[in-house]
Design a protein around this ligand. Structure first.
Ligand SMILES: [Zn+2]
Ligand SMILES: [Zn+2]
Length: 94
């Protein structure tokens, strides 16, 4: 079946119901979807949240952000647990 690539618009032979003509266009599509997803997430961020550590009200950068600052983040039990379990790798996971 001939379809048009959703990224570059090129017609290509599409047997497997792909949306894009090439791996390169597929990467671009994934990137676009990721950006869209991030954009949607941003819309869901509330104007203020309460820090789980110090109780201060702050403006979150991410949905479900629990800490007002890096100081509080590094003070959280989860952070301590991860850094104890995994060292620097745990800090990166966090
Ligand atoms: Zn394409
Ligand atoms: Zn705090």
């Amino acid at each position: 079946m001939i379809k048009h690539c959703v990224i570059c618009g090129k017609a290509f032979n599409n047997d497997r119901n792909y949306k894009t003509c090439s791996p390169e266009c597929r990467r671009k599509l994934n990137r676009r979807l990721t950006l869209q997803w991030l954009h949607d997430k941003r819309q869901q961020i509330s104007d203020s949240a309460t820090c789980s550590i110090c109780g201060k009200t702050f403006k979150p950068n991410f949905p479900n952000e629990h800490f007002c600052s890096d100081d509080c983040r590094f003070d959280s039990p989860l952070y301590r647990f991860l850094s104890r379990q995994y060292g620097n790798a745990g800090i990166e996971l966090f």
